[in-house]
Design a protein around this ligand. Structure first.
Ligand code: IVH
Length: 681
């Protein structure tokens, strides 16, 4: 009997709908969900008498959450039927053909990316954005207007420019629909920041978008890099809207809406097939997640006349890509040692093919994250690969546990050197605290020679392992003291290979100092911060001599970086390595002319006196800041003083300056002058 099977499928589907739409925490992949849904549709088609009004096939999406006001949509916000390959797509074409007077009438289409974000419905009255809502159950959504207003891509009024053609007369009332999403390139660093701040990471960009838009405080949404593409009209009054989907996209764009540049016109079925094929690889190169493309019949009156099945319009279809998510077994969690000594958990997976690539490993962020997601060794886990992002574990499939799963333990010792592991208070990371740890050294050497650092191409990862193992390298500076004879003794190191290696090492000696600084592997000092520090201070010795205050006075250097830098240079062992590098002939400073070019000097020829307590700068930091920008700081006010920089509780110097008519600055005004602005006093 199919009845128990149907009931079971409905329960499962409802459970997964709730996990996905309400909790933002799916436990199966979209593809697996689609498969359950497909089975239900099939069974119901064969047994229409068993269809009940509460079947998931009879409604759309999940109920809205209660915290937001409800919005009744002016027309149902429909979904899309899925095709999983071209055969499904041709079958769809044949099905709609049977509903047309001439089944073989040539049709043209648009192909648009099927963005994997959050569906939003935007209302404009007299060209002004008045309301934004989520899709909700397709009839009633949630009012998230203040949150949507924070999206820079969303036009607050339209048109942004005078209209090009009379036919594009603007409706007085307009409702459009689009998809808000989280750009991929921002996702990893956003999650890393959240973890560092002790917050939970979002499982994927879609959840990050949904979570960001469902904030009750729109100030939080405003800090998220959300963006949006608009792709359809929902309702309008007045004005005129063209009859083809392709022209509608152009018109939306002309009015100022963001429309995906990846949308295209397809004159026939073959063009759709070619687009589908192209997208299979193209999808991995773009900055947003897509789970398929949408093919829409270009002739909208014709498309709309076809009606819909349940919540899916017949005139369009989603052509899904093969899943980028799969479930597989978590075989083990191993510890990897990073160059800073971080002991990071890494997942060993039963190999699984995801989007054409065999995946064997995945990231697991840190041990708190493993505990929070309750991931256990032996679990079936949902693994996801998105764009260029490293595969990661979304979560365990709890239903598939059989009791043999094991809890993942935090490491008590470094697996490489055996020294005890430490977890600094307030940090999620666990460290090996042994500076002589051989594995850390390998990582530091690998980092030093890598492309972003000293870029020694002839020096591969295996060379780093071998040379540290053979004790030819005890610190990064030893790279510059390798000699040909000892290298020739190593297995597999022939004349040519050794010459190559040594020539690469030699050439790296002339790399600019900011590269060397970045290559040292000081925490928080990557290539951007290194270039900033060298540009401001001129060389590594100046940075080594700078106090924490002086470093913090540099715009873009925070307290964490300042502490990290001073601590690193205060360490005798690090100093010894630096001296070895200097003796080898590496570049420690910019050429003189380059220093002047790198640091703008808007305060040149100006003399300052500082008094009172400034809001954010200490006396020393203010002095350093002024001097870095070309100004001079003296101790007492005279007629030669250009400005008095005054904070709270300023005393006699303030009185003296007022007496002499010396202009008085506060800290914010000084900061504006640093970027070249004239002070407004
Ligand atoms: S058209 C009648 N176009 O995919 C209009 N939907 O699985 C039906 N989606 O609910 C939707 N990109 O949230 C359409 N270019 C696009 C889309 C798109 C993403 C989402 C949308 C829809 C879901 C259906």
């Amino acid at each position: 009997m199919p009845e128990p099977q149907i009931t079971h499928l409905r329960q499962q589907i409802n459970y997964h709908l709730h996990r996905y739409h309400v909790l933002d925490a799916p436990v199966i992949s979209d593809a697996e969900y689609d498969e359950l849904y497909r089975q239900l549709v099939e069974l119901e088609a064969a047994h229409p008498d068993l269809i009940t009004p509460d079947s998931p096939t009879q409604r759309a999406g999940a109920p809205p959450q209660s915290a937001f006001a409800k919005v009744v949509h002016p027309a149902p916000i429909l979904s899309l039927a899925n095709a999983f390959n071209m055969a499904d797509f041709y079958a769809w074409r044949a099905r709609i053909g049977r509903l047309l007077p001439d089944p073989d009438v040539p049709l043209d289409f648009t192909v648009e990316p099927k963005l994997d974000g959050l569906s939003v419905v935007l209302t404009y009255q007299d060209g002004r954005f008045t309301q934004g809502a989520t899709r909700g159950d397709g009839q009633i959504g949630e009012d998230i207007t203040p949150n949507l207003r924070t999206l820079r891509a969303l036009p607050p009024h339209i048109p942004v420019a005078p209209l090009p053609t009379p036919n594009s007369q603007l409706p007085t009332y307009l409702v459009v629909r689009g998809e808000a999403f989280f750009p991929l390139d921002k996702f990893d660093s956003f999650n890393a920041d959240r973890l560092a701040a002790g917050e939970a990471a979002y499982m994927n960009p879609r959840n990050a978008a949904a979570g960001s838009l469902r904030q009750l405080d729109s100030a939080i949404t405003a800090q998220r890099p959300l963006t949006l593409y608009v792709y359809d009209f929902v309702a309008w009054q007045g004005g005129r809207v063209p009859d083809t989907q392709w022209e509608r996209l152009q018109l939306l764009r002309a009015w100022g809406f963001p429309v995906s540049p990846d949308s295209q016109y397809c004159p026939d079925l073959a063009a759709v097939a070619a687009a589908y094929e192209r997208w299979a690889t193209y999808r991995n190169t773009i900055n947003y997640e897509v789970d398929g493309i949408v093919a829409k019949i270009n002739n909208r009156p014709l498309a709309d006349s076809l009606g819909f099945v349940g919540k899916d319009p017949r005139g369009a279809i989603a052509l899904k890509f093969p899943a980028q998510e799969k479930t597989t077994r978590l075989l083990d969690v191993v510890v990897s040692v990073g160059r800073t000594g971080i002991l990071a958990p890494a997942a060993v997976l039963e190999p699984v093919e995801i989007g054409g690539v065999i995946v064997r490993n995945a990231t697991l962020h840190n041990y708190d994250e493993i505990a929070r997601k309750d991931i256990r060794i032996g679990d079936y886990v949902l693994v996801k690969r998105a764009g260029e992002v490293i595969p990661y574990i979304v979560g365990p499939v709890i239903d598939r546990r059989d009791g043999t799963e094991r809890i993942v333990m935090k490491p008590s010792h470094c697996p490489a050197c055996g020294e005890p592991a430490i977890q600094p208070p307030g940090e999620v990371a666990i460290y090996c605290d042994n500076p002589a740890c051989p594995e850390q050294l390998v990582r530091r050497v690998e980092y030093f020679v890598s492309r972003d650092a000293m870029d020694i191409e002839s020096f591969g990862g295996q060379t780093a392992v071998l040379l540290t193992e053979k004790r030819l390298i005890h610190d990064i500076a030893d790279i510059y003291y390798l000699n040909k004879e000892t290298l020739l003794d190593l297995e597999g190191f022939k004349d040519k290979k050794v010459d190559n290696l040594l020539a690469g090492v030699e050439a790296s000696k002339s790399r600019p100092p900011e590269r060397l600084l970045a290559a040292l592997g000081i925490r928080f000092v990557g290539s951007v911060v290194a270039a900033l520090l060298i540009g401001q201070l001129g060389g590594i010795d100046e940075i080594a001599a700078a106090t924490q205050e002086q470093l913090q006075a540099i715009e873009g250097i925070g307290p964490g970086t300042a502490v990290s830098v001073t601590t690193w240079f205060a360490n005798d062992k690090n100093r010894a390595v630096l001296e070895k590098l200097r003796a080898a002939g590496l570049r420690f400073a910019l050429e003189r002319t380059a220093v002047a070019a790198a640091t703008p000097q808007p305060l040149a020829n100006l003399t300052f006196v500082i008094t009172g307590t400034l809001p954010s700068l200490s006396r020393g930091a203010a002095k350093a800041l002024i001097e870095q920008h070309g100004g001079k700081v003296t101790g007492s006010v005279s007629k030669n003083t250009s400005y008095l920089l005054a904070g709270e509780n300023a005393g006699s110097k303030l009185a003296k300056a007022q007496q002499l008519g010396i202009p008085i600055l506060d800290e914010p005004t000084l900061r504006k002058m640093l970027v070249g602005a004239q002070p407004v006093l």
